[in-house]
Design a binder for this molecule. Structure first.
Ligand SMILES: Nc1ncnc2c1ncn2[C@@H]1O[C@H](COP(=O)(O)O)[C@@H](OP(=O)(O)O)[C@H]1O
Ligand SMILES: [Mg+2]
Length: 381
């Protein structure tokens, strides 16, 4: 790959994700400190917040501003219908205010603000612009504005995930993890952290202390981490970044695995069986969102497995950014049949074989794939 290929796209995407992390942090603080009615249920009953819609609108506006609206195709999680219903006027107003408040601070991130405040029709247009179906050809941005919305609502882990796909391949990924904690074990679902940490330390986002943005460009062999910027600091590109690398642990007895908090999202008893059969001994970390990919890329854990119920179709925005970052940090990501994930088929990971296995290295990965083959027929999946 040419050295400079995607350099501008990567820089803009990193700046945008920093801004989006700050937006989410402000909304999460408000949600946790005030009772707010600005959480709605989508048609599938999953929650959507001011942050999900505001991040999608803001990122859509900023990508169009940087690359030209007609050149920007975005495949993203939120649907404009959610906010166009008669009973969502309050949510729309909150989103419009949040988008404008964030875009006002764009220069801090080296980005441009709009010349005038965006009205509700412009905000709706920006959300609607993210309705691309993706596919095997051309460039498509892939966005999960708030991945792990349940974690977000609980004051726990969540992620802002932005990736670029070109001709079906993920060419760059940026993952913002605003609550990535100081101590790896704090990644565990925070109700447990509250019980295990002494002094009854605060569980507000400020107490996590180590929010970060991770990013990587395909075939560079490098993945990078930047701490979130705080106070009046201005985002410097790229000189506040440090290289990250996956863990070198390949002994299962020393390896740590992550899995979703929500049992409905992955079969915990099946993954516990796999873990036992390959000799994993440590307690798993239950982590909301793509912060699990971040944990593997940073070397804080070695394994992430996700086995959803049969019939559930994984979406590309839940994996694209995480996959390229883990791979460039030296890790391995495949489905349970050992094949790479296919991002060329539109919004779903079509053809995914059973589940997803993310490892820091090939030794652990091979053992897990063998274990899947040995135990699949007796699983309930
Ligand atoms: N029944 C299900 N099985 C598997 N994954 C599911 C699911 N329902 C929702 N998800 C996905 O799991 C993501 C959360 O991942 P995790 O459980 O690892 O935190 C959700 O992302 P959103 O929170 O962005 O909707 C959603 O896309
Ligand atoms: Mg998601």
């Amino acid at each position: 790959m040419e050295v400079d290929k995607y350099a501008k796209e990567l820089e803009v995407a990193v700046r945008i994700v920093h801004l989006a992390c700050a937006l989410c942090g402000r909304v999460q603080d408000r949600l946790l400190t005030m009772s707010s009615d600005h959480v709605m249920s989508k048609d599938d009953d999953s929650p959507v917040t001011v942050a999900d819609l505001s991040v999608q609108a803001t990122i859509s506006w900023l990508l169009s501003d940087n690359f030209g609206s007609q050149n920007v195709s975005i495949v993203a999680e939120e649907d404009v219908e959610t906010i166009s219903k008669p009973d969502s006027a309050g949510l729309l107003e909150a989103v419009v205010n949040t988008v404008n408040e964030s875009l006002e601070s764009a220069s801090k991130y080296g980005l441009r603000s709009p010349e005038t405040i965006l009205g509700s029709s412009k905000v709706l247009e920006a959300i609607r612009h993210c309705n691309s179906a993706g596919g095997p050809t051309g460039r498509h941005w892939v966005l999960d504005p708030v991945d792990g919305t349940l974690g977000f609502l609980r004051g726990d882990q969540y992620a802002v995930a932005l990736a670029l796909i070109e001709d079906g391949k993920v060419v760059l990924g940026v993952l913002g993890c605003p609550n990535y904690p100081v101590k790896t074990e704090w990644l565990n679902y925070h109700h447990q952290r509250r019980q295990t940490t002494s002094q009854g330390s605060s569980t507000t986002p400020d107490a996590w202390g180590k929010g970060c943005v991770l990013y990587a460009r395909r075939s560079s062999g490098e993945a990078w981490l930047q701490p979130l910027i705080s106070g009046d600091k201005i985002l410097e590109w790229p000189n506040c970044a440090r290289l990250i690398r996956v863990s070198s642990i390949d002994d299962p007895a020393l390896a740590t695995r992550c899995e979703p908090v929500e049992r409905a999202n992955s079969d915990h008893s099946f993954t516990a069986g796999l873990a036992h059969s390959v000799g994993l001994r440590k307690q798993p970390l239950h982590v909301h969102s793509m912060a699990k990919y971040a944990a593997i890329a940073r070397g804080d854990a070695e394994i992430f497995m996700k086995f959803a119920k049969s019939g559930y179709k994984e979406k590309i925005w839940d994996h694209a950014a995480g996959v390229v970052i883990v791979e460039e940090a030296g890790g391995v990501v495949t489905d349970a049949g050992g094949r790479p994930l296919d991002f060329s088929k539109g919004m779903y990971l079509e053809g995914l074989d059973r589940g997803i296995i993310v490892c820091s290295g090939v030794i652990l990965h091979e053992k897990l794939i063998e274990a899947v083959y040995a135990s699949w027929d007796s699983s309930n999946l």
